[in-house]
Design a protein around this ligand. Structure first.
Ligand SMILES: [Cu+2]
Length: 465
């Protein structure tokens, strides 16, 4: 496996911490794959007073950080060692429908003991992630979430000259202090903001202290892999930190964060900064909850700064197709609440439809029963989606297989103008306009990434042909 080996060496130079090391999967000595990956039961050490039987990719949390190269094919043999069917969806990647990992729509569910070969060429460099699209509440909730990094070309990487590249998986676990699972979902909460977990972690650690080299150029890749929780990232004043990418896509001009940055489930944020040049400096990264900032994790500088002065680079420009705004067809989508909360405080059992897209709740699907798409789009044409949230709750709306250009909102200025995303966060009563070229043929899931909302109606698919 020459490719994996090379990747391992290159990456380990960037990541000096054992908890952050990408682990190359070697479940079996197979040739011809960049990764061999399993989903399997795992023992999780998240709670302070006891461990937990959960799930893990390769039986571990955090999951292996998978690294691909922009424009280069990657082959992953994925083996299902769970006792139930699963798949992997590669969130944010513009890849063919057969590789999208949605059961029935893009592939048969992978049964227990079976494998599936995922093989694709990622067109965009950036921070993406991977997770099942089967029994999502439990499979994601119990630990099947991981970072998928598409690296820039070697030439570009050299120019960017990051000294450290640190993926940060943000996840809130439905666990008590003794390690017992708590309900992932209750009807009462599903019909509102969703059911939050109790234990907050970064890469599976509670309020960790991470070391960074003094004076080094650091790339932090925040990934909200939680089922429910919204994070608002606050960078410390006095640190020269800049946003270089939003939801996996490079921004044209890196910018400083003056306000907390809201990240709903599924969203990502890349921040670059130059670490203070003195040893032992403490950098607190905070999460805003309500009106207060809480410590999320701490970076501590170590070692001696190199002589050379660093600058924060701009990532290579996005290659997302540019929509033809003037001739684009406009389509309205209204995300709405439709009541019917019975029984109010019992565990979620049976099917509840609390949410609708254009008056329709997702009915679920099987091999022999695939519902109609929300809309059919013409391959190659440009579209403007008018995303209307007429509820009192936030919804991070995610489209598979395509990347949107964000045009405007009725509530806020869009900054940066025309940024790209696969998951747009709609605030309460907010309407956001996004545009894109429907250039990827297939049936693409289109849903809220608050998993409970998606499970209780806020899901559908679009067909591009
Ligand atoms: Cu939602």
């Amino acid at each position: 496996m020459p490719l994996s080996r090379r990747r391992f060496i290159a990456s380990s130079l960037l990541l000096p911490f054992s908890t952050l090391l990408p682990r190359i999967s070697l479940a079996s000595p197979e040739v011809g794959f960049d990764y061999v990956l399993t989903a399997q039961p795992a023992t999780l050490d998240i709670s302070p007073e006891g461990s937990t039987a959960g799930f893990g990719f390769d039986g571990q949390f955090p999951a292996p950080v998978l690294r691909a190269k922009q424009g280069q094919k990657i082959r992953i043999k994925f083996i299902n060692l769970l006792k139930e069917p699963t798949t992997i969806h590669w969130h944010g990647l513009r890849i063919p429908i057969e590789m999208d990992g949605v059961p029935f729509l893009s592939q048969p569910p992978i049964k227990s003991g079976e494998f599936y070969i995922y093989e694709f060429t990622p067109p965009d460099a950036g921070t993406f992630w991977y997770h099942p699209h089967v029994n999502s509440i439990e499979q994601l909730g119990k630990g099947l979430v991981g970072a998928f990094i598409v690296e820039e070309s070697d030439n570009e990487l050299k120019k960017l000259a990051f000294d450290q590249d640190i993926p940060l998986l943000l996840k809130n676990w439905h666990l008590d202090d003794q390690g017992h699972w708590l309900p992932f979902s209750t009807p009462r909460q599903s019909a509102r903001m969703g059911t939050p977990g109790r234990i907050e972690t970064i890469n599976g650690l509670r309020a960790p202290q991470l070391k960074v080299q003094a004076g080094s150029l650091v790339r932090l890749r925040f990934l909200n892999v939680d089922n429910t929780v919204m994070y608002r990232i606050v960078m410390p004043k006095g640190l020269d930190a800049k946003v270089i990418a939003i939801d996996g896509n490079a921004v044209n001009v890196p910018f400083s964060l003056h306000e907390p940055w809201a990240m709903g489930p599924g969203m990502r944020l890349d921040i670059a900064f130059i670490a203070p040049s003195k040893e032992g400096q403490v950098i607190d990264i905070k999460n805003r909850q309500g009106k207060l900032n809480f410590n999320f994790f701490t970076l501590i500088t170590e070692g001696k700064a190199a002589q050379k002065t660093k600058i924060i680079p701009t990532l290579p420009a996005s290659v997302i197709p540019v929509p033809d705004i003037k001739n684009a067809q406009k389509i309205n989508f209204t995300f709405e609440w439709q009541g019917a909360i019975t029984p109010a405080d019992k565990l979620l059992q049976g099917k509840h439809d609390f949410w609708v897209i254009n008056k329709r709740a997702w009915e679920g699907m099987s091999r022999d029963n695939i519902p109609a798409p929300l809309v059919k789009l013409e391959l190659g044409k440009s579209y403007i989606f008018n995303l209307r949230n007429v509820t009192q709750y936030h919804h991070p709306i995610h489209l598979h297989g395509h990347t949107w250009t964000v045009l405007k909102s009725n509530k806020r200025d869009i900054h940066p103008q025309g940024y790209h995303t696969d998951t747009v966060l709609l605030g309460k009563n907010e309407t956001v306009q996004v545009a894109f070229v429907a250039d990827n043929p297939g049936r693409w899931m289109y849903h809220c990434h608050v998993i409970e909302h998606m499970n209780t109606g806020l899901m559908g698919f679009i067909e591009v042909s």
